[in-house]
Design a protein around this ligand. Structure first.
Ligand code: RIB
Length: 312
């Protein structure tokens, strides 16, 4: 069974500088490389899900600048349906990213056209209703995210929310979510609990299922009425962690949308994320289904040593 996934979210052109060490305030450093890579949390999840084998459509906006066409083309090239992608007057969303030698990053997002998605456009509700799962993040105006979640609930579509960038959220939105996928920091922002287990327990008052992603420590899955499960991450040499979480969520949506049990779906998603951190960039780092399957069965090494920095 193919997972049918709608994504309501952001499209950004990522402007990525690679540096040995990120500059401190007031400091200028010399970078080793620069790349422009299609990204944005919404678009990343859409491309990750499509590469993982989902039937994916994207709802959002790009600008009428030079980046807009490139973002649209990247979605199309990945097999994502762009019927719900509008072109707004003005600049596309951009993300200004510094990646250091450990693969860690710092990001400034300028919303651009994403800021125009403050509600659903004609036809968007039908697109959402045509899917089994709606993926949401927080790089659109909150009113737009809420409108999508309301439409999904009205049509019995399972809603998965990545609450990133971290911010407090209205209870109405959380009650419309079926699966929440925060990282530890986002879970703490929502609950006040630094301990992921305590945060997950608190979130279960509002959301039936929670996956707290824990970076190198894997993920913690909690559901109402069940014992929490910890799923390990796959250890890899990190080249660029940008969009690892988006890759995880896109692959998880595909696997769970195909009806796989959550622990199996989470392990498969962890394999996808591990493959992505071994490669540079956001959408450019995402594996396809065959790669994920091969990696899961041990038939492929996740991070060939010849890939990575020299591939930039
Ligand atoms: O989650 C990674 C994404 O965050 C990047 O692609 C960048 O666009 C920012 O939105």
């Amino acid at each position: 069974m193919t997972a049918r996934i709608a994504v309501l979210g952001s499209c950004n052109m990522d402007l990525v500088a690679y540096v040995p060490t990120a500059p401190r305030r007031g400091e200028t450093v010399t970078g080793t490389a620069f790349r422009t890579v299609p990204g944005g949390k919404g678009m990343n999840q859409a491309i990750a899900a499509a590469r993982a084998g989902g039937d994916v459509l994207m709802i959002g906006a790009v600008g009428d600048d030079g980046f807009g066409g490139g973002l649209r083309a990247a979605l199309t090239a990945a097999g994502v349906d762009t019927a719900g992608l509008r072109t707004a007057t003005g600049p596309s969303g951009t993300a200004h990213i510094v990646v250091d030698d450990d693969g860690g990053n710092a990001i400034v997002v300028v919303p651009g056209a994403n800021g125009s998605v403050a509600g659903l456009a004609p036809g968007d509700e039908d697109l959402i209703a045509s899917a089994d799962t709606l993926l949401l993040q927080l790089e659109l105006p909150l009113d737009g995210v809420l409108a999508g979640a309301r439409a999904a609930r009205a049509h019995g579509v399972r809603t998965v929310l990545t609450p990133a960038p971290a911010r407090p959220l209205p209870e109405e939105l959380l009650r419309l979510v079926d699966l929440l996928v925060p990282n530890e920091h986002e879970a703490q922002t929502l609950t006040g609990h630094a301990d992921p287990g305590a945060a997950a327990r608190a979130l279960l008052d509002l959301v039936p299922e929670v996956v707290v992603t824990l970076g190198e420590a894997g993920s913690l899955y909690a559901a109402r009425g069940a014992e929490p499960v910890t799923v390990p991450a796959v250890p890899v040499r990190a080249v660029d962690t940008t969009a690892a979480g988006d890759t995880f969520t896109g692959a998880l949506a595909v696997a769970s949308g195909e009806g796989r049990p959550m622990p199996d779906a989470l392990a498969w998603a962890a394999a996808a994320a591990a493959l992505s951190v071994g490669r540079p960039g956001a959408s450019s780092s995402m594996p396809d289904r065959a790669e994920i399957d091969a990696f899961r069965t041990g038939a492929a090494h996740p991070v060939p040593e010849h890939e990575g920095r020299t591939a930039r």
